[in-house]
Write a protein that binds this ligand. Structure first.
Ligand SMILES: [Zn+2]
Length: 179
């Protein structure tokens, strides 16, 4: 079977302005160029799949229902094919989510689930993010990695990483995305 290709996208700092913990849909600020970028990604034959750590849920800062509302809004406004999120955090305060899990980046649970569901070939796919965990996850999953400077910025990485590509923002990445 020939696998499909995908662009995996982090949310905060990639599709939306980095603001720490965004607690409600009306605080979520989608960059104005995202819709056209997602259109271009899909036109080039890739699935566009969001993979986002949202430990604010486990930390008691975001209600999961509100997060689902944000995901619906993001999907409507940008046309992404799917949104995967991890609400967990081992040291969280909400019992239901305060546990270690295999989906929190840099672990690969979210990518694994999408690869399985959509029949994706990791070798033909990209992980686009603004933080070390995004790059480390992509590398573990065997996906090409792209670090964007539109979020926290490369100077504020939690740990040194070596992405395959560095781009200014999503527009800059999409311009160079091969068919
Ligand atoms: Zn999780």
């Amino acid at each position: 079977m020939i696998g499909r290709k995908a662009v995996f996208l982090d949310r905060d700092g990639v599709l939306t302005r980095e603001k720490g913990y965004v607690a409600s849909a009306d605080q979520m600020e989608i960059f104005p160029y995202v819709k056209e970028c997602i259109d271009e990604i899909k036109a080039k034959g890739y699935l566009a799949i969001v993979v986002t750590n949202q430990s604010g849920v486990a930390r008691g800062l975001i209600a999961e229902e509100e997060l689902k509302k944000m995901n619906r809004l993001l999907t409507e406004r940008t046309g992404v094919d799917a949104v995967y999120y991890c609400p967990h955090y081992e040291k969280g305060i909400v019992a239901k989510y305060a546990k270690p899990c295999g989906c929190r980046k840099p672990q690969t649970g979210m990518i694994d689930a999408a690869v399985q569901k959509y029949g994706i070939d990791p070798v033909k796919s990209y992980m686009v993010g603004d933080r070390a965990a995004d790059i480390l996850m992509g590398q573990k999953a065997g996906i090409s990695t792209v670090l964007l400077e539109s979020g926290y910025g490369t100077a504020r990485l939690e740990e040194p990483v070596t992405p395959d590509y560095i781009r200014k923002d999503l527009r800059d990445f999409v311009r160079t995305l091969i068919l």
